[in-house]
Write a protein that binds this ligand. Structure first.
Ligand SMILES: *Cc1c(COP(=O)(O)O)cnc(C)c1O
Length: 372
């Protein structure tokens, strides 16, 4: 007989309240479900060009034995040396994780205890809020102002239990960004009293000259923590690798909550090739995104649809219908977009900028759903 277990008793309230995130099914399952023969995934802001050639070579020449049988470097030793050289910092100022998603958890665990809170925006990357909540930490959500992070209101929201402020720069999903002056002003007002995290998952796409050089600001602001990922521009999303950078003092604390070996050997080797790459791949990707964004925004303007085209490799579009209905109807035509109701933007969708064939499919799909 099965033993009775009281899970209600075992799991804290904040876990019982929390709803698990449901990831999308594999392509073959979705194609069957929606009856489409191909599928363009424009939902995750991936780079359709794939990784740079040198990283692709590292991946294809991976030798399973012995490499797969032995543990990776537990602290991404070589990668940290390379980043230290690149940015003129110390290797101890970098901490790697299984995607930037994992380093979010490192930081929250390192600084927050019961009764503490974090502050971020209401319409931004949701993982800061989620990790806080399932860790029993309050997430204070400050409404966006003109689709961007509201510095004044974030500061107004601080109380004695606030430990971390998360700024997504540029913001996913609106594409707005804080320039150097605004970030400095914010850090000056915080005056070292809280941790300020700047999540720069899309920084490599930004072409604006006034975008902050956050790495160089760490020397002035020891409470500044910068997140980077290899998933978006560098097209290694499937290998799961990202990192944070900060002062040695901040990283010394954060490292205590980091479980070693979470970054696998192949991810480390491919990321190393990315850091050593000559930058041509980044340039090519920027060219593609710039051109296709232009095509798409012209189309949307012609349709009379409201959109937000910011600094990332994605665009947000406001629809005259429910976003979940648009999702289903686009899926039937082989195009997957991101519904934005979950980001608190009902009836908006987010679309990744991709290759011309995918963009054409998306625009054709839109024609079809708008005319009926
Ligand atoms: C995609 C994304 C991440 C997570 O990246 P991973 O390294 O793949 O975990 C973090 N922050 C933002 C804003 C993102 O869009």
């Amino acid at each position: 007989m099965k033993q009775p277990v009281s899970f209600q008793h075992l799991a804290p309230d904040y876990i019982q309240r929390f709803e698990a995130y449901i990831p999308s099914k594999p392509d073959d399952e979705l194609k069957k479900l929606f009856g489409c023969s191909h599928l363009f995934r424009l939902n995750n802001n991936e780079n359709p060009l794939g990784p740079c050639l040198s990283a692709a070579r590292v991946i294809s020449s991976f030798v399973p034995s012995p490499q797969a049988s032995i543990y990776p470097s537990g602290d991404c030793w070589l990668l940290r040396q390379k980043l230290a050289e690149k940015y003129g910092m110390d290797p101890n100022q970098f901490l790697f994780g299984n995607g930037a998603n994992e380093v979010i958890a490192f930081v929250i665990k390192a600084f927050c205890q019961k009764g503490d809170n974090i502050i971020t925006a209401d319409k931004t990357f949701a993982v800061y809020e989620w990790v806080a909540e399932f860790s029993g930490i309050e997430a204070r959500l400050v409404p966006l102002k003109d689709y961007g992070f509201d510095d004044d209101e974030m500061i107004r929201g601080i109380d004695e239990h606030t430990k971390i402020l998360f700024v997504c720069n540029p913001n996913n999903p609106t594409g707005t960004y804080w320039n150097s002056e605004k970030l400095r002003g914010f850090l000056n007002r915080i005056n070292g009293r809280r941790i300020v995290v700047v999540d720069e998952a899309y920084c490599e796409f930004v072409e604006k000259p006034d975008f902050p050089d956050s790495m160089s600001m760490i020397a002035e602001y020891p409470n500044l923590v910068v997140f980077r990922t290899f998933s978006k521009m560098h097209a290694l999303a499937g290998l799961r690798i990202g990192y944070l950078a900060g002062s040695s003092e901040a990283v010394d604390i954060i490292r205590r909550t980091c479980v070693v070996y979470s970054v696998n050997t192949l991810a480390q080797a491919a990321a190393l090739a990315v850091i050593e790459d000559n930058g041509e791949h980044v340039q090519q990707t920027r060219d593609l995104v710039r051109r296709q964004k232009q095509v798409l925004t012209e189309y949307l303007a012609n349709c009379g649809l409201q959109f937000l085209s910011g600094e990332g490799n994605f665009i947000m579009i406001r629809l005259p219908m429910s976003d979940s209905l648009a999702y289903r109807r686009l899926m039937m035509q082989g195009v997957m977009i991101r519904t934005m109701t979950g980001f608190r933007f009902p009836n908006w969708i987010r679309v990744t900028i991709a290759l011309p064939d995918a963009m054409d499919s998306f625009m054709t799909g839109m024609e079809n759903i708008l005319k009926t």
